[in-house]
Design a protein. Sequence first.
Length: 155
Amino acid sequence: MSKALKKIEAFTLHEMLVVLLITALVVGMAFSVLHLVQVQMNGISSNYERNTELRLLRQRLWMDFNAHDRIWYKNQDRKLLLVNEVSEINYRFHEDMVVRELDTFHIKINELIPYFGAGGVDDGEIDAMDLMIGEKGRTRLFVYKRNAATSYINR
């Protein structure tokens, strides 16, 4: 047998096309799974940010309610004023955010109910506040404080 007629062992064109087709399918499925993972991670990230904003607002309201002697709410402006001997803090409640001085909490407020004693009030001094937060008001945030004697004397 001459050197020209010796057959070289190799893959055929059909085998190579099958390998390329299988590789393309595997890579396509990998990109699909990667996209699904990215969508899931974005959802987790947005939920985490929303919950963090809610926790920060809850913490800030509790600290401010318990650090200030007198709290007034004005329904027309949706404004909350907290006063003690040293400082004065303003909250403004918008439909999609809460602004505290220079801080902004991007939280949707569906309903805000101020209380003094055991009853709801529209304007004036308050000692508790009930907030319905989020889509369809699924989350409830209730903050309160103990009243000083001056709150009852001045009424």
